[in-house]
Write a protein that binds this ligand. Structure first.
Ligand code: ZN
Ligand code: MN
Length: 485
């Protein structure tokens, strides 16, 4: 499929989950798992006369995100009311930001590099703004078949960072890489915890062959973005192929049926009747304030990848993959600290662990493996208690069960067999069952390797390769000596 005619831009809503309170009130930002509509007050419900007060830490996080994304930080910015009539916002407007008549959102412009294959690609950032999260709508089954909608305001008023990109991505994969890195950056600045359900949501604009752009709304899971975009590309191509026309519209990604469905024709911006929020004074971000934040910026993924290359002598590619997820990078560094050999740790992590997580569709934080159980397994291999092959066999259980490697190996009877007596006994069986191969082995070394393979098979891969090798060769040499003499 040609992808060079695909144009994708993203609008990401990232909850600042590390804040203790919502954006304009003292309600807890830890709203998940609470009884519906219990984590609310007159401010986040928008009762008349209630007064919103901006959360200072939210402003700091927005500036940090702007600095991390190479944006210009606005000296003066204002909150605006974005008016709309819908149940997810009980006051009928969302407090957001807006660019108009000299006013700016909190951060403007910027860019991020993503690693697409060997070279980097620059994705431009349009703007970053702070706004409040609406209520959560709960549907019964698919959105268009749900007999009713439930509204839970516990989420209403959560601080959101809205990050808008230019339409610089040309494949669903690039969109995923952008989101991954954005997530890693937000985690590294300490604003966001990637493990929380629905904490980073994404709208994607997509058009192909210069036709109208379609917006896919509220893709709630990180993993779904690439799937939704791939579906939408095929859908649009097939409409065009049949001679149809793509209309400008908003579509919804149905995670259950894995299709996009039409929701409505796209609203125009003037429908929202933006006007300045009269209850909040403009934010003046003095240079000292911004400079203080700049000095206190933590290490970001790119710098961390550079450090990994330097300190751990691992390839650039490994360093980029490991730092694309803060929890993975933390897992790696902790494992290296416990085990020592940085390259062995990265080989196992990059290859077997990530491969297994990927095949199970799991994120690292959904798995039960920890640096200590992981290193425990590496130590058993190093101490010759199990083979590397057994390590690979027990890894899936290590990832899903939370048991230690030692426990799994004992439960499954997988400890390495290195007892010469035991292996000699098994060798005797192998030799008597493979008379032809034994005959061939008198001249042919390949036949000896075959016998070694048979012995390993009888031990279910638990035989110590070195000793298995010695036991078989000893026997063959004796037999060869016997025939010669
Ligand atoms: Zn509240
Ligand atoms: Mn928004």
């Amino acid at each position: 499929m040609a992808e060079n005619d695909v144009v994708i831009g993203l609008e990401i809503h990232c909850q600042l989950t590390k804040l203790r309170t919502k954006l304009f009130c003292g309600c807890s930002s830890d709203y998940r798992d609470k009884e519906p509509n219990s984590n609310v007050c007159e401010v986040c419900l928008g009762h008349p006369g209630s007064l919103p007060k901006p959360n200072r830490k939210a402003v700091e996080f927005a500036v940090m995100a702007g600095l991390a994304l190479n944006s210009a930080i606005s000296e003066k910015t204002s909150f605006y009311r974005k008016n709309y009539f819908y149940v997810d916002m009980s006051k009928n407007f969302q407090i957001s930001m807006y660019e108009t008549a000299g006013m700016k959102t909190i951060c403007e412009g910027g860019h991020m590099e993503i690693n697409v294959g060997p070279q980097a690609k620059t994705i431009k950032i349009t703007r970053i703004q702070l706004e409040e999260d609406p209520a959560r709508l709960v549907h019964i089954g698919p959105i268009d078949l749900s007999p009713y909608t439930l509204v839970d305001y516990n989420r209403a008023g959560m601080a959101l960072l809205e990050i808008v990109t230019e339409p610089d991505m040309s494949s669903p994969r690039e969109a995923r890489l952008f989101l991954q890195k954005l997530r890693s950056i937000m985690e590294h600045i300490g604003a966001y915890d990637g493990g929380l359900e629905g904490a980073m949501r994404c709208d994607a604009n997509i058009s192909i062959r210069g036709s109208e752009r379609v917006e896919i709304k509220n893709i709630s899971s990180f993993k779904e973005v690439e799937k939704a975009l791939n579906f939408e590309i095929s859908r649009q191509r097939s409409v065009i192929q049949k001679g149809g026309r793509i209309t400008r519209e908003t579509r919804h990604w149905d995670e259950i049926r894995k299709v996009t469905i039409s929701l409505r024709e796209k609203e125009e911006e003037h429908d929202y009747r933006y006007f300045p929020e009269p209850d909040i004074a403009p934010l003046i971000l003095r240079q000292e304030f911004v400079e203080r934040i700049r000095r206190q910026m933590p290490e970001l993924p790119d710098a961390r990848a550079e450090r990994f290359i330097k300190d751990y002598a691992i390839p650039k590619y490994d360093a980029q993959v490991l730092t694309a997820d803060k929890r993975l990078a933390d897992f790696y560094e902790e494992s290296v600290r416990l085990y020592g050999d940085a390259k062995t740790v990265s080989n196992w992590l990059m290859g077997d662990v990530l491969g297994e997580l990927h095949s199970k569709g799991l994120e690292l934080d959904e798995a039960k493996i920890t640096p200590s159980t992981f290193v425990n397994m590496l130590n058993m291999i190093k101490g010759n208690e199990i083979s590397g092959k057994i390590g690979k066999i027990i890894l899936p259980e290590l990832i899903t069960s939370g048991k230690s490697a030692l426990q799994i190996v004992d439960e499954r009877g997988m400890r390495k067999v290195s007892d010469r007596g035991v292996l000699g006994g098994i060798a005797e069986e192998v030799f008597s069952e493979n008379a032809k191969a034994v005959g061939d082995a008198m001249q042919d070394d390949n036949a000896v390797h075959y016998l070694i393979g048979q012995l390993m098979k009888k031990t279910n891969g638990k035989g110590d390769p070195k000793i298995v090798n010695e036991v078989v060769w000893d026997r063959v040499r004796k037999l060869r000596g016997g025939t010669a003499g």
